[in-house]
Design a protein around this ligand. Structure first.
Ligand SMILES: *[C@@H]1O[C@H](CO)[C@@H](O)[C@H](O)[C@H]1NC(C)=O
Ligand SMILES: *[C@@H]1O[C@H](CO)[C@@H](O)[C@H](O)[C@H]1NC(C)=O
Ligand SMILES: *[C@@H]1O[C@H](CO)[C@@H](O)[C@H](O)[C@H]1NC(C)=O
Ligand SMILES: *[C@@H]1O[C@H](CO)[C@@H](O)[C@H](O)[C@H]1NC(C)=O
Ligand SMILES: *[C@@H]1O[C@H](CO)[C@@H](O)[C@H](O)[C@H]1NC(C)=O
Length: 261
């Protein structure tokens, strides 16, 4: 029972109390954004109610977590023999540059910077809440890359995500006093985000970054071998550089699933 309450309340701003939503007026005025938040808190409310009626607490066990498949085109399967080591919500920005001297230039991706929040227990127990979290988290900006918990939940930091060069996304899962490993990666496969996913935050409605399968490069630790980015929200640049500065960021959020030997 205790762990049941803990898991659900970890998804809620002020434990079981009514959460205080602190998002900018610009974002709050958008009906679509309000719907994302209201659906999420309704789902949370139902979990809390169901938890009160449960005789036995659910076990927070990653063996119970099942990664959703991209639709209509799935990503390649997880390599046989690997096990699910961690699930995180990533919240941050995708960075782009524009050649401002070229009238027909298109934005070029230069990397990403995101904070990873421990969502392993949510993945194990509440897949529907997990799937909602990237959209919900996109409605709230981080104050900095070390913001302790993911608004409007209390999920805590489990790592960071950045690029060490243009083609090497890196994940460090060594926050919160635990070291699950470091994963320098390369792209293995990409499929478009399913139609109908959130297009982006506020006036950054440029679309949603692809779902990805990444494989680790030399130097990976903790047995980490494959990383999936799924249930993405936002992050795409505009299709043209017209009116854009030489470098800019687009807010995004996603689920990251980490597999290891
Ligand atoms: C301008 O950008 C377009 C689109 O990326 C590219 O095809 C073209 O070669 C660029 N022109 C120059 C002069 O860099
Ligand atoms: C992305 O932008 C952030 C904020 O300006 C910056 O700290 C980070 O280094 C940039 N990342 C890349 C890969 O350019
Ligand atoms: C998030 O940050 C961006 C860039 O600083 C800003 O334009 C946007 O309004 C912020 N969004 C929210 C919801 O606070
Ligand atoms: C994630 O949270 C669970 C539950 O508190 C904990 O057992 C696990 O060690 C955490 N993982 C990381 C990487 O922080
Ligand atoms: C980027 O870093 C990776 C891993 O260190 C390395 O294998 C690759 O050659 C580098 N690529 C470039 C263009 O420097």
């Amino acid at each position: 029972m205790l762990s049941q309450i803990w898991i659900v309340s970890a998804l809620c701003a002020g434990a079981l109390a009514a959460p205080t939503l602190t998002y900018s007026a610009g974002s709050a005025e958008k009906p679509a954004d309000m719907k994302i938040l209201s659906d999420y808190f309704q789902m949370l409310g139902k979990k809390i109610q169901a938890g009160k009626n449960m005789a036995v607490a659910p076990v927070c066990n990653l063996d119970n977590a099942k990664m959703p498949a991209a639709s209509p085109t799935p990503l390649p399967d997880v390599t046989e023999g690997l096990f699910l080591k961690h699930v995180a919500i990533g919240r941050g920005t995708q960075n782009y540059t524009c050649d401002t001297k070229n009238a027909t230039a298109i934005p070029v991706a230069t990397g990403a910077l995101a904070t990873l929040y421990n969502a392993s227990c949510v993945a194990a127990s509440y897949p529907d809440l997990l799937a909602a979290l990237p959209d919900v988290a996109l409605q709230f900006n981080l104050t900095d890359v070390n913001q302790a918990s993911l608004s409007p939940s209390n999920l805590v930091i489990s790592g960071h995500h950045f690029f060490s060069n243009g083609t090497t996304p890196v994940f460090t899962l060594n926050s919160a006093g635990k070291d699950l490993g470091t994963a320098p990666c390369q792209k293995n496969a990409a499929v478009p985000a399913p139609a109908g996913t959130t297009k982006g935050q506020g006036n950054q409605g440029f679309g949603t970054v692809a779902w990805l399968k990444l494989t680790t490069r030399d130097g990976a630790t903790g047995g980490l071998q494959e990383v999936y980015r799924i249930n993405t929200a936002g992050g795409n640049p505009p299709t043209s550089c017209t009116g854009m500065p030489a470098s800019f960021e687009v807010q995004y959020a996603a689920e990251y699933w980490f597999y290891a030997v």
